[in-house]
Structures are given as structure tokens and as C-alpha cells.
Design a protein. Structure first.
Length: 477
């Protein structure tokens, strides 16, 4: 048995960051994680994000973007190549190397910060005085007992299953399988036009797959500002050739030897399409498997999320929960910031996390990014607002990059001019959104952004111009 001040369960971006911060604040900290590497033969820290999420998907998006650029954009620059070959296995190997480097980096950070790292699945066992008791099963018939004053649950999420079909990661894939195809499928089906569907659909489309996306909702990217979503839909379908079908009802899925047939209803018609591979990306669900919440009376809601208050406190004293396993967006940076905040609260500090200032990014081309309220939300909440938009079409830097497409929209309060939301589609808006987040965190007005000097020629001038436009002072509009 070992005793700690803080035990963190899960070493994803929520858990590993919480553990490091807790150790930095002087707590004797252990981080328990059950993750294993792709080969299944060694522990791998970093959770979904580093192993089968953010990092590998962005590596593949970059590789596939290079392929697309060479094939479609190089001629414009006067560059011609007599032969272009693409090796999917090499693309996957490069991605695996990035994953290995980063997951190994966490091991180093744990050592540096004196976080004890324990491999295995942790379950609540009970309470011993004011210490919580955990049992860790390493899968080899060995169990270790850990007692801790504070427990931070950071057990993440897993793919939402589709009752009609079982994921085999051979022909029917979840995110893990979609990130590991070693050959380009001729015909790829994707169920769900959410973030994973669009990012993974883009990867395989750019390297030659014919991609059909089947989406149940009648609205494309319902969480995004609908002006931006409509523009994105046009680029993805008309320019890039993704076949995105909305308002679809999947009726049956049948696996063949090397194919998957999907039967669905669309616009009152019954259709059947046979794909080489099918990705199922219909959302994610909280993961409390094996945690034994019932052993200590830990409250879960009806969807399986650990119930927490605004400060990530559960119904149990000194038991906290963060990241994908609790309410709020399932994003790595949200998990990490909650992790830091909880460690600091345990230390008696008063950190604050503003959920309205958490940025969203979808790494398609063009990228989509936003922070704050959409126009639809402002209307629904009856908030009067001003709007300024500006496009990348005439932006010098975007033209030089060959990526002069997209829009930035600034929404500010009609009365006070305080920025309420910023929505973007365009080149590198994943980076550009940081300025909007900073503005919102500092409670800036659109005039504040408009009065800040933006370097020329940069993509950030489009945000500047949108802020000017919100005040009806656009210079290039
Ligand atoms: P996780 O990262 O899921 O980590 C949980 C860890 O807990 C895992 O290692 C798991 O093995 C371990 N665990 C679970 N139960 C136990 C137990 N009982 N005992 C011990 N260990 C346990 N987000 C972004 O912000 N940007 C992106 O670009 C992005 N891209 C994504 C792409 C894909 C394909 C996917 C699937 C997700 C992506 N996400 C992205 C979401 C992001 O990965 C998650 O929001 C983030 O990983 C959540 O972090 P977490 O720490 O809460 O949980
Ligand atoms: P999602 O919630 O983004 O999208 C799921 C989509 O599937 C929705 O549009 C939904 O309407 C649709 N759907 C649900 N049931 C369906 C059905 N039976 N048939 C057809 N369509 C159906 O979930 P996704 O893409 O699985 O991603 C999970 C989460 O991972 C995201 O919500 C996000 O939090 C995170 N993520 C973040 C990324 C980023 O930040 N860039 C990248 C990838 C994932």
C-alpha cells in the first residue's frame, strides 16, 4: 500500500497536466493510467489525445495536405513534377513516430516533476479515515493498493457505439482504426459529419479515396455559427468533392469480407452503398468503465458523466473530476485547463476557467475556429448584437499562400460593443483564434481589436478588418 496527497486517474491531457501541476504545488502525487501503445506491448501515457486523437489526426492532416498541395496547387507556382508517389504506410509511420515522441515526453515530465507513474486500471475500493482507497489492476493478475487524500478522475471518453454494427477496426473503424489505415480505401464511408468525420474524411479524400459522409442531423455543423458552417459545406462538397448527405437515417449495416454495405434512408428514398471501409464517428461517451463508482457512491448523470459543479467537485469530498468524463466540450485544452484549476484549488488557490472563452478548432482546409456565442445563440438568448465580417479573398498574405478563401466574423454587444463571439473559416484560423480568445478573456470591445496595430501583410488583418466592420468603419470592405 502507498499513500499520496493526490491520486490522478488517467494520464490524458486532463490527468497528466493535473498531476504535474499538483506535484509542482508540492503534493506527493501519483498518476495511474491504463493506456497502452499501438502494438499493445507497453504502457503509453497521453490518453486519447496523444495516442488516438488530436496529435495523430493532425499529423495525418498535414501529410495529406502536402499531397493535395503538390497535386493541385504546385502548378500555380510554376512547379511541375513528373511523378508523384504517395505511400500511406510511410504517412502512418511518421504519425506513429510523432505519437511515440510525445507520449515518451510525458514520461520524462513525470520524472522531472516527481510524479509517480503507475500502470493499470484504477477502481474505487472504499475509504480509510479521510483517505480514498484505490485498487490498481495491471492486467497481469497483480493488484496495488493506493490511498490518497484527493482523487482527480480524468478517465476521458470512448467512441459512442452504433447499435447496428460492431467496430472491428478492420473494415468498420472508430477513430483508432481511421488513424491506422495503411492503404487508401477506394470508397470510404463515414457515419457522422462531426469533427472526426470531417477531419478523417478530409485526410483520406486528399490522398485519393472517394468519401461519402452520412449525417443524421438536417443541419451541417449545428454547433458552429451557421454562416461559417454554410460556407464550409460549400467548400467541402462543391470544391473538394466530399459527398456529405444530411438528414440520413441508417437502416442496416452489413459486413462483407472486404467491404461494408450501408442501407439508409435519405430524402424519402431508400439507398444502399457498398464501401471498402466505414468510419463510425457519431460522438463520444464518458468513460467510467472499471472505475467502480458505485463502491463509494460517486454520482453519475443519466448519460454517464461524473456529476461535478463549476469547480469540478464531485458529490464526494476531495474527489474531483475533469475533462471528457464531465460536462462541457470534449476538448484537450478544456481538460488540461480544468486539471490545472483543480490542482490549484486543492492548494487553496482560486483559479477561474471561463467556459465561454474556450476555443473550438476543426482542422479541415480551410480550417474552422470559433470562440464565444454564435449568431444563432445570441438570437435565441435575445441579445442585441452588432456584426462585422471580412474575407480572406483580398488579403495579401492569404493570396500569397494560395489560400485566399474564408471569412472572419466578429459579433459584439449592440450596447457596449463587448466582443461576444468570433467565428472564422480560412487559412490557419486555428492560430488566429487565439487573438479572439485573448480579446474575450480581457473583455475587449470590437473597437479595442480595431485600434490594435496588426502587422502587414498577415492573416490577422482579416480579424482586424472584421472588428472595424463591426463598428461600420471597414477600410477594405
Ligand atoms: P483522455 O485523453 O481520454 O484520457 C483518459 C485516460 O484515462 C486514458 O489514457 C485511459 O486509458 C485512462 N483511463 C480510463 N479509465 C481508467 C482507469 N479506470 N484507470 C486508469 N486509467 C484509466 N481535442 C482537441 O482539443 N483538439 C483536437 O484536435 C482533437 N482531436 C481529436 C481527434 C480525435 C480523433 C479524437 C478521438 C479526439 C480529439 N480531441 C481533440 C478530443 C481530445 O482527445 C479529448 O478531449 C481529450 O483527450 C480528453 O482528455 P481527458 O484527459 O479527459 O481524457
Ligand atoms: P461529434 O459530436 O463532433 O459529431 C458526431 C456527428 O454524428 C454529429 O453531427 C451527429 O449528428 C452525428 N450522428 C450521431 N448519430 C448518428 C447516426 N446514427 N447516424 C448518422 N449520424 C449520426 O462527434 P465526433 O466527430 O465523433 O467527435 C467526438 C468529439 O471528439 C468531438 O465532439 C470533439 O469534442 C472531439 N474532437 C475534437 C476535435 C478538434 O478539436 N479538432 C477533432 C476530433 C474530435
Amino acid at each position: 500500500m502507498s499513500q499520496f496527497d493526490v491520486a490522478v486517474i488517467g494520464a490524458g491531457p486532463g490527468g497528466y497536466i493535473a498531476a504535474i501541476r499538483a506535484a509542482q504545488l508540492g503534493f506527493h502525487t501519483v498518476c495511474i493510467d491504463a493506456g497502452v501503445n499501438k502494438a499493445g506491448d507497453a504502457p503509453a501515457l497521453g490518453g486519447t489525445c496523444l495516442n488516438v486523437g488530436c496529435i495523430p489526426s493532425k499529423a495525418l492532416l498535414q501529410s495529406s495536405e502536402h499531397v493535395h498541395t503538390i497535386l493541385h496547387d504546385f502548378a500555380d507556382h510554376g512547379i511541375s513534377l513528373s511523378e508523384v508517389r504517395f505511400d500511406a504506410e510511410q504517412m502512418i509511420a511518421r504519425k506513429d513516430a510523432i505519437v511515440t515522441k510525445l507520449t515518451g515526453g510525458i514520461k520524462y515530465l513525470f520524472q522531472k516533476n516527481k510524479v509517480e507513474s503507475v500502470f493499470g486500471r484504477a477502481a474505487f475500493a472504499g475509504k480509510n479515515g479521510d483517505l480514498w482507497q484505490l485498487i490498481v489492476d495491471n492486467g497481469k493478475g497483480e493488484y496495488r493498493s493506493i490511498d490518497a487524500k484527493h482523487v482527480i478522475i480524468a478517465t476521458g471518453s470512448v467512441p459512442r457505439p452504433l447499435p447496428l454494427v460492431e467496430i472491428d477496426n478492420i473494415n468498420v473503424l472508430d477513430n483508432e482504426g481511421a488513424l491506422n489505415l495503411s492503404r487508401v480505401p477506394g470508397k470510404l464511408g463515414v457515419i457522422g459529419s462531426g469533427v472526426i468525420g470531417l477531419e478523417m474524411g478530409s485526410v483520406w479524400k486528399r490522398v485519393g479515396a472517394e468519401v461519402t459522409v452520412l449525417e443524421a442531423a438536417p443541419t451541417f455543423l449545428a454547433a458552429a455559427d451557421q454562416q461559417i458552417a454554410k460556407e464550409a459545406f460549400k467548400y467541402f462538397t462543391k470544391e473538394q468533392g466530399l459527398d456529405i448527405q444530411l438528414g440520413v437515417k441508417i437502416a442496416a449495416i452489413n459486413k462483407g469480407n472486404n467491404s461494408v454495405s450501408v442501407q439508409y434512408e435519405h430524402n424519402g428514398e431508400s439507398k444502399t452503398v457498398v464501401f471498402d471501409k466505414l468510419i463510425v464517428a457519431i460522438g463520444r461517451v464518458p468513460n467510467t468503465q472499471g472505475l467502480h463508482p458505485e463502491a463509494v457512491g460517486l454520482a453519475l448523470d443519466e448519460r454517464g458523466f461524473v456529476v461535478v459543479d463549476e469547480e469540478c467537485r464531485t458529490n464526494l469530498p476531495n474527489v474531483w473530476a475533469i475533462g471528457d468524463v464531465v460536462r462541457g466540450p470534449m476538448l484537450a485544452h478544456k481538460a488540461s485547463d480544468e486539471g490545472v484549476a483543480v490542482a490549484e484549488r486543492i492548494a487553496g488557490q482560486k483559479p477561474h476557467l471561463d467556459f465561454n472563452c474556450i476555443p473550438w478548432v476543426i482542422y479541415t482546409d480551410p480550417e474552422i475556429a470559433w470562440v464565444g456565442k454564435t449568431e444563432e445563440q445570441l438570437k435565441a438568448e435575445g441579445i442585441a448584437y452588432k456584426k462585422g465580417t471580412s474575407g480572406f479573398g483580398a488579403n495579401g498574405r492569404a493570396l500569397g499562400l494560395g489560400k485566399a478563401k474564408g471569412t472572419v466574423k466578429v459579433l459584439s454587444c449592440a450596447e457596449t460593443d463587448r466582443v461576444l463571439g468570433v467565428h472564422m473559416i480560412g487559412p490557419m484560423v486555428s492560430e488566429l483564434v487565439a487573438e479572439a480568445v485573448m480579446a474575450m478573456e480581457f473583455k475587449a470591445s470590437s473597437e479595442d481589436i480595431a485600434r490594435i496595430v496588426h502587422a502587414h501583410p498577415t492573416l490577422s488583418e482579416v480579424l482586424h478588418e472584421a472588428a472595424l466592420a463591426a463598428d461600420k468603419r471597414a477600410l477594405h470592405g
